[in-house]
Design a protein around this ligand. Structure first.
Ligand SMILES: [Zn+2]
Length: 141
């Protein structure tokens, strides 16, 4: 089972392979392998940020990231071949960043690229779920 979660939640999980699914991770996750295809960044290395998508960004962000992940499909398949049958926690910073905390304070929810990753994993037909914070507070594109 693949769990899409936060670095904080993943740090206390037992008996799972811990991976980083963000552009970078905290020092305590230094030894965790990173999932390159999941990173919300463009080919030129720049970050894909919600604020790049105007005043109503959720759907355009989601569509953009989905296109990016489609381009990375061979890498997604390779990764799934390696990890889909294992117990895996893939972590990002959310909701433990200043931006995510401000979103929660203002809207009760936060936005995260893991929303798009979840749709990719569903399309791939593998078993996965969100960690508690993503499940309960993440807004979907
Ligand atoms: Zn995130």
């Amino acid at each position: 089972m693949i769990v899409l979660t936060s670095f904080k939640e993943a740090s206390v999980m037992k008996n799972v392979v811990k991976l980083g699914g963000a552009r970078w991770g905290p020092p305590f996750a230094g030894g965790w392998p990173e999932v390159e295809w999941m990173k919300p960044k463009r080919k030129n290395g720049t970050a894909v940020l919600l604020r790049d998508f105007g005043s109503d960004p959720l759907v355009p962000y989601h569509d953009y990231m989905l296109d990016l992940y489609r381009e990375r499909w061979p890498a997604v398949r390779r990764w799934l071949g390696e990890y889909a049958e294992l117990d895996v926690a893939v972590a990002c910073w959310c909701p433990n960043t200043k931006t995510a905390r401000a979103q929660i304070a203002n809207f009760g929810t936060f936005h995260c690229h893991m929303g798009v990753v979840g749709d990719v994993l569903t399309a791939a037909g593998v078993a996965w779920e969100y960690g508690v914070e993503h499940e309960t507070m993440m807004v979907r594109g």
